[in-house]
Design a protein around this ligand. Structure first.
Ligand SMILES: CC(=O)N[C@H]1[C@@H](OP(=O)(O)OP(=O)(O)OC[C@H]2O[C@@H](n3ccc(=O)[nH]c3=O)[C@H](O)[C@@H]2O)O[C@H](CO)[C@H](O)[C@@H]1O
Ligand SMILES: [Mn+2]
Length: 334
């Protein structure tokens, strides 16, 4: 019998050759198409089993058999078809759940992205629940005025403008920690933290609430783990040689206590890296991935919750809830 590692090597060789040929003929789209054919792992719970947690007990993990609906540690992965929106909304209304949303619009990102982000959040984000937007900016006077729905408020908090865009992105971890300590913990049970360069296009509702919530990065959910872009520099605090998923830093959330633990730990890691004169490959996202490997999220959102149209059509993405906006790095970044 052929040894297993030789068979595996042979399969990888064939796979790489086919990829190479397709790449040279059709370009990167062919990779994304092929990647979509790689099956995800399978939820290891016995068929028909429900989750024990109160509200998540209403999820139907078996409504979707084409994708992974729970992690090996028993956290649900939320996909369209697994939940009845009205059940979750009702449960959270009964509990008087309040949600904070944090978003940063610093420098040129304000004019480019903030208004469509907020207007679309009004239409789709946690509709029916009290929501407080915390908008962090270096230019409070420029925050557009917006008529908000009932029970929804907006607070503007001034932040210093960092010189490098990498620092704007990374220092969010510190600012969010401070905002939770100063404001959010009095006002909300849950907090969700968003990049501003995106737009809501479908329900992003109470089914997404959980103790510690992470998002599967749309580019990686079918990709073999060996291609995940974790930080591979042992000198960085974000270093990891293996992980569970590749999570996207554009959306994370949970109960404020859990989010505070995450943002504080990521900030400490970032500062330690600065002392050691290293920077993680994908900045705050690398530290977030490290933290979420060590402290497993209790709920995972499918890439429906932050999709990139750049990837093209995928059968398993049945709804677009939040879409990446057009990137304009050259025009917007420092
Ligand atoms: C696909 C991709 O490339 N993803 C990486 C990239 O995300 P992104 O390219 O999505 O990062 P980004 O440019 O959106 O920056 C993150 C967020 O910081 C805020 N912001 C940033 C800069 C600025 O001048 N003003 C401002 O307000 C804003 O809310 C923005 O959405 O970079 C991030 C931060 O390093 C992470 O590493 C991501 O993995
Ligand atoms: Mn972004």
């Amino acid at each position: 019998m052929r040894p297993l590692h030789r068979t595996k090597g042979f399969v990888i060789l064939i796979f790489c050759t086919v990829l190479g040929l397709l790449m040279t003929t059709y370009g990167p789209n062919s990779i994304r198409f092929l990647e979509g054919l790689i099956p995800m792992d399978v939820c290891p719970l016995p068929y028909g089993r429900k989750l024990w947690d109160g509200t998540d007990g209403f999820l139907d993990l078996w409504a979707r058999t084409d994708v992974q609906t729970c992690t090996y540690w028993g956290a649900p992965i939320i996909w369209e078809g697994m939940f009845d929106p009205s059940v979750f909304d009702q449960l959270h209304k009964e509990k008087s759940t309040r949600v904070a949303l944090t978003v940063f619009a610093v420098g040129r990102y304000l004019d480019a992205y903030l208004l469509p982000f907020l207007m679309s959040a009004e239409q789709y984000f946690m509709v029916g629940l009290p929501v407080t937007y915390y908008v962090f900016t270096d230019y409070p006077e420029k925050i557009p005025s917006l008529k908000l729905g009932q029970g929804r408020t907006l607070e503007v908090i001034q932040v210093a403008r960092e010189n490098r865009w990498q620092d704007v992105s990374m220092m969010r971890m510190k600012t969010i920690t401070d905002a939770i300590d100063g404001h959010i913990h009095h006002q909300c049970e849950y907090v969700f933290c968003f990049d501003v360069d995106q737009i809501f296009t479908g329900r992003f509702g109470s089914e997404a609430l959980g103790d510690s919530v992470a998002l599967l990065h749309s580019f990686y959910y079918h990709r073999p783990k060996m291609f995940y872009t974790y930080d591979h520099n042992p000198k960085s605090e974000a270093y990891m040689d293996k992980g569970d998923f590749y999570y996207h830093a554009a959306v994370f959330g949970g109960r404020w206590q859990k989010v505070r633990n995450l943002t504080e730990a990521c900030y400490q890691g970032i500062m330690k890296d600065k002392e050691n004169e290293v920077e993680a490959l994908w900045h705050d996202e690398s530290h977030l991935n490290k933290y979420l490997f060590l402290h497993k999220p209790t709920k995972v959102l499918s890439p429906e919750y932050c999709w990139s149209m750049f990837i093209g059509h995928r059968n398993d993405i049945r709804v677009h809830r939040l879409l990446w906006a057009q990137k304009q790095y050259n025009a917007l970044r420092n």
